[in-house]
Write a protein that binds this ligand. Sequence first.
Ligand code: SAH
Length: 213
Amino acid sequence: MKDTLKHSGMRNKLANVLIDKGIVDNKVLDAVRAIPRHLFMDSGFEGHAYQDKAFPIGADQTISQPYTVAFQTQLLELKPNYKILEIGTGSGYQTAVLLHLKARVYTIERQLQLFKKTSIFFKKMSYRPKKVIFGDGYKGLPEEAPFDGIVVTAGSPEVPKALMSQLKVGGRLVIPVGVNEQVMALYTRKTATEFEKKEYGSFRFVPLLANKN
Ligand code: SAH
C-alpha cells in the first residue's frame, strides 16, 4: 500500500469531521492530516481508514477511533520533548500521533503478536519511539519514570496506582475508566501527594487486561 494525494484529501476531510466534533488543538489536527492511518490497518480495511471509526487489527484488538485518539492527545497538552508513556501500543497509530507532536514515546503492549507486528512496522515506517515494550501496562515503566504524560488506550476497571506514582509533578494521566463503558478521566499531579481529577465524556475501549506472563 502507498500513501497518495487521494489519501491526504481523505485525511483533510477527517480532520474537518474532528473539528466539527470539538477537537481544537491544531497540532493534533495537523498530525491527523499528516499520518497515513490506512497503513496502520490491514489492507482489507483501507477503504474505512479515514472514517471516524475504530477497526479490528487482529488479536481481538482495535485501532482506536480517530476522535478518541485526538481527544486523548489533546488532553495531554504536549510540548516538544515531553516524555510520554503509552499503555496499549496496538496498531501504533496513537504512538505516531505522539511522535508527530515531538514527544519522546515509551509504549507498552501485552499481546505478543501485536508487539512484534507493530515493532516491525515502526522500523519500516521510520517511526522512532524511544522504546516499544512487551509487558504489562498496569505496572507502568518504573525504570523510565517520571513521565510528563501517560496515556492509557484500553478501558481500565480502576486507575492503576503505579501509573499515578510515575507522573512528574505537573504531569498528566489520561485514562478511560470503566468496565463496559468508560469515562475519560484526566489526573494532573499537583504535588507529590495531590492529584486533580477531571472527567470528560463516555467512550468505549477494549479492556485493559492484566498480563498472562
Ligand atoms: N493505541 C492503540 C489502541 C489499541 S487498543 C492504537 O492506536 O491502535 C488497546 C491496546 O491495549 C490493545 O492492543 C491491547 O492488546 C493493549 N492492552 C490491553 N491491556 C494491556 C496491558 N495491561 N498492558 C499493555 N497493553 C495492553
